[in-house]
Design a protein around this ligand. Sequence first.
Ligand SMILES: *Cc1c(COP(=O)(O)O)cnc(C)c1O
Length: 429
Amino acid sequence: MNTPTFGFDTLQIHAGARPDPATGARQTPIYQTTAYVFRDADHAAALFNLQEVGYIYSRLTNPTVAVLQERVATLEGGAGAVCCSSGHAAQIMALFPLMRPGDNVVVSTRLYGGSITQFSQTIKRFGWSASFVDFDDIDAVKAAVDEDTKAIFCESISNPGGYLTDIPAVAEVANAAGIPLIVDNTLASPYLCKPIEMGATLVVHSLTKYLTGNGTVTGGVVVDSGNFDWSASDKFPSLSQPEPAYHGLKFHETFGNLAFTFHGIAIGLRDLGMTLNPQAAHYTLMGIETLSLRMQRHVENAEKVAAWLEADPRVDYVTYAGLPSSNYATRKAAIYPKGAGALFTFAVKGGYAACVKLVDNVEIFSHVANLGDTRSLIIHSASTTHRQLNPEQQEAAGAGANVVRLSIGIEDVDDLIRDLDQALAAATS
Ligand SMILES: *Cc1c(COP(=O)(O)O)cnc(C)c1O
């Protein structure tokens, strides 16, 4: 089914899947197995040499996970994908083949709080570093790239403010520098945004969010466009030069546009072991079947809730890029025409204390550290997801002390507005 002549709604149900060859089962079975019997010793040797593609051990590949990989790669317009155990694992898996000790990545200041911590603190243990830049200032992005920069990283729609990144402009900078642009497309999903069509090399997702869609799975995926020439410079020796961890195999020369995907499995999953389990892949496959329908409703509800909040005197401002009054309205129309997602923040008059009261008084909204659920969710970022950051980082990330983040679900929108109305009354009385 992997053909561009099918529409998105067809592909979200069929791409990568077919009736099970052993049983005819129509839904993709959960292949709950660790290992796969080799036909004979030669078959085993060919598999281990990557001369033949097949299943060896489920840390590397699994048939249920493989269907999910092909489904997401198809929806994103990529050549291949590697699933992994979380969105955070996907970010490490995306950088791992590109980076050596001393290398850096240029990243947006507007990122999920956990990603800011991962990039500003934890990757230093690998000898990597990150330069944080305001991605609305394209000249600053350009200026931050130096000869040790191996990638540019941003979110399409950014967490928590819901701001929109000008992906074509950032891709141009990456392209001119001869390095890949990695886009975290978690908040948009491939229904609202296709970064590869706009020049991105790699796309990462937290499957945990909209792709699964109902708060049941922790997972991630790295999608490779297949468009990057890893051998054009000497910047990416893991892909262009003999790989010592794979008996001198040259991944780009051997696997062409699937080099990054094969490296992700044969080196990344083999040696880092951040593998997605088949049960989780099954739940995510079920979720993706309704992705477009959910995203349409998420956006429709978010637009109504944001407009109601903007008009409310208890609210200072609303960051939703889907509002006609937003500074991002032009960019939204040009790059995100199907909608600006369903995650945004609003500032409550009354500051930190009122925000804490608000989250304690909602009834339908759940106070949780997740997003992209069918249910509506609320969180006070400054005291939770962005707590590890200093006040300047919180402000830069759009998670100041007076700000509450909403992830708008697919319930009846009138019920959501009534709930916020009564909670705001309690918070500001
Ligand atoms: C949640 C999230 C992540 C991390 O994903 P996990 O599955 O929780 O590891 C990364 N990026 C964004 C934008 C997220 O919302």
